[in-house]
Design a protein around this ligand. Structure first.
Ligand SMILES: Cc1cc2nc3c(=O)[nH]c(=O)nc-3n(C[C@H](O)[C@H](O)[C@H](O)COP(=O)(O)O)c2cc1C
Ligand code: SF4
Ligand code: SF4
Ligand code: FES
Length: 617
């Protein structure tokens, strides 16, 4: 794309790109996100390239490598336009068939279409699939339309129009008012009002100001920020440009988790392309506004996502938090006023500027506006990235979008908010998903992790997992977090090993209160949440472990015992074959038994038994 020197230039460039795109009769979009890469989408794309060449279709059919549309468990995904046909689990062998059947003859390849698990009907377009039907995809919408390495694709869908509007039709105060009026709150966890933060940073005196995009995303299992930066990096860059113009910043950083190589690569490509196109650097869009962005790789620790630790990490220091008596909007990076926002927060900005604060604030609840992206994982049929309007209930997310329990076991809770969040029990699933309701229920929105738990999950074990995770991630700077989490972990280890007593629970609660009250940063302050919420809603499970020395979910190995019900066993020998410790005895076609002295409680026999004859007590 040639250098763009004015808003009119941008519009002309868009028209030219669209008219060029129109020469293609069809578009094949292959998802190139990290999930689909793991499923081998690169081979699928190469097969399309070969197939289109062989059939002499290259000039008539465009092939795009796009970002993640969210339904990663069904990858590799391929969408065909303009018919909008959604193919899932596409293999290299399917490619010639897609070209001959769909591209050349307009027929569907039935076995690649999604099948509704209820009525067994094949579904053609993604919008009709239950996983997508209740979603409101504002931020993820363009992920499957654009190639993240091609700035032209972003410009074609209206990209950088909001920047042009902000620079040429609004002044910084008006932009900040628009963001304030929209009600946008930070998507990184705490939910601080974005417009207010920008205003505080703008008002702080200083010639040099910085803005930062936080793509550290340290929560285990969360991948919404990664998918946005990987799939639509220009939308984040555009948000940052608007923010920088409003705040008066001339330099920005995109801090990317070092385990996210594709997100980092796409951010770098986007920066280079935007600079070449006159959308970044000096005299942006011919307006006289200068702004530069560079990427910084994460320090590799969960705590580096915390604002002050992140700033220290960019400065080249150890990523440890400091006291926030002086806010980073006043003294942040190299002691200069600094505005830090999460990836999803920045991605919302161009939408608000383009469609207005009123439109944005009409979505969501009174105090939580817009949509939120969650990574829905755990014991549900459909897992992946879901974008929903705030205020939707947990039930709708888990049952309508997630498709309900994975294999018949009742769902008992959902863990939200990542390691600092909490577990919300099934009887509260009518709760609307917004910042305040989740916090009131003892959990939090966090950055958007959502793990669905069923009867097969032990809540004591769950709490133990998060405490150990956070203990390992604690930077160790302050004593309550360093020592308190260690002791809490030891108590939970004891309970799951059958060494707990009633005193353990009191001690656990007391320690949790001290760690939350006296830790320096958000890691320690919120670390007790998973334990406290598990105790609040699932106390009887803790008591069973202590009083009965029993794990009701059959998870804590020290407290369980496997046996085979004689009357149910058909003597197929599947369990005997899989048992790693040779703890199963019995002849073919006769009932088998478990030699408890050899059993390591691995659970493999229960998993393979087709007649449910293996019992855990
Ligand atoms: C231990 C810890 C880890 C955090 N990790 C992240 C993270 O990975 N990504 C993020 O955006 N915010 C993270 N945060 C929140 C940030 O400190 C900060 O509040 C946020 O990036 C501000 O952006 P927002 O206002 O757009 O939400 C973390 C906070 C704490 C205490
Ligand atoms: S609360 Fe924990 S992670 Fe935060 S500064 Fe203290 S020791 Fe470090
Ligand atoms: S639980 Fe594991 S070790 Fe024990 S009998 Fe079954 S397969 Fe063997
Ligand atoms: S990576 Fe392809 S659907 Fe998510």
């Amino acid at each position: 794309m040639r250098k763009i020197k004015s808003a009119a230039n941008l519009e002309r460039a868009r028209e030219q790109i669209i008219s060029k795109q129109k020469k293609y009769a069809a578009v094949i979009s292959v998802c190139g996100g990290t999930g689909c890469q793991a499923y081998g989408c690169a081979k699928v794309k190469r097969a399309f390239q070969r197939g289109l060449g062989k059939e002499k279709l290259r000039g008539r059919v465009a092939l795009k490598y796009t970002g993640c549309p969210g339904f990663c468990e069904r990858g590799p995904l391929v969408t065909l336009y303009p018919q909008n046909i959604f193919y899932q689990r596409v293999k290299v062998e399917d490619v010639p068939l897609i070209i001959s059947e769909t591209i050349q003859n307009g027929r569907k390849v039935e076995h690649l279409l999604f099948e509704d698990s209820v009525d067994r009907q094949k579904i053609i377009s993604s919008q009709e699939i239950p996983f997508y039907r209740s979603q409101m995809r504002l931020l993820l919408k363009n992920n499957d339309l654009i190639d993240p390495t091609q700035i032209e694709d972003y410009v074609a869908v209206g990209g950088y129009q909001s920047l042009a509007k902000a620079i040429y039709q609004m002044n910084p105060e008006q932009i900040i008012k628009e963001i304030k009026d929209s009600g946008l709150r930070g998507r990184g966890g705490a939910g601080y009002p974005t417009g207010k933060k920008w205003e505080e940073c703008r008002k702080t005196p200083g010639d040099t100001k910085y803005i930062i995009c936080n793509c550290d995303e340290g929560d285990p299992g969360a991948f919404m920020d990664r998918s946005l930066l990987e799939g639509n990096p220009h939308s984040i860059l555009e948000g940052m440009l608007i923010g920088a113009y409003a705040i008066g910043a001339s330099q920005g950083f995109i801090y990317v988790r070092h385990e996210y190589p594709l997100a980092h690569k796409h951010a770098e490509i986007a920066i280079t392309q935007a600079r070449k196109s006159g959308l970044l650097g000096r005299n942006i869009l011919g307006s006289g506004f200068d702004f530069e962005v560079e990427t910084a790789k994460g320090g590799g620790a969960f705590v580096c996502g915390e604002s002050t630790a992140l700033i220290a990490s960019i400065e080249g220091k150890v990523g440890e938090p400091r006291s926030k008596q002086v806010h980073t909007v006043m003294q942040g990076l190299w002691e200069k006023p600094t505005n830090l926002n999460n990836v999803e927060t920045w991605a919302n900005v161009p939408l608000i500027i383009r469609q207005g604060s009123q439109w944005f604030s009409s979505i969501g609840t009174e105090k939580s506006k817009g949509t939120k992206i969650f990574s829905l994982v755990g014991r549900v049929k459909n897992t992946g990235l879901v974008e929903v309007p705030m205020g939707i209930t947990l039930k709708e997310i888990i049952f309508d979008i997630g498709g309900g329990p994975k294999d018949g076991k009742a769902i008992k809770a959902v863990q939200t908010g990542g390691p600092s969040g909490g577990c919300i029990p099934a009887f509260l699933f009518d709760l609307p998903v917004d910042y305040d309701s989740l916090t009131q229920a003892g959990s939090m929105m966090g950055s958007g992790g959502m793990i669905v738990l069923d009867e097969g999950t032990c809540m004591v074990d769950m709490a133990k997992y998060f405490v150990h995770f956070l203990r390992e991630e604690s930077c160790g700077k302050c004593l309550p977090c360093r020592e308190g989490l260690k002791r809490m972990g030891e108590i939970l280890d004891g309970i799951t090993a059958g060494r707990g007593n009633r005193e353990s629970l009191f001690l656990l609660e007391e320690l949790a209160a001290v760690v939350a009250d006296t830790s320096l940063c958000g890691l320690g302050k919120t670390a007790p949440n998973p334990v406290l919420s598990a105790l609040k809603y699932f106390r009887p499970e803790f008591e069973d472990h202590i009083d009965q020395k029993r794990c009701p979910a059959g998870v804590c190995t020290a407290l369980i015992h496997y046996s085979i019900a004689e009357e149910s066993c058909v003597g197929c020998g599947a369990c005997k074959k899989i048992c790693p410790t040779k703890a199963i005895a019995g002849e073919k076609k006769q009932s088998h038994r478990i030699l408890s002295e050899l059993c390591s409680q691995c659970g493999s026999c229960r998993d393979v038994c087709q007649v449910n004859a293996v019992w855990v007590q």
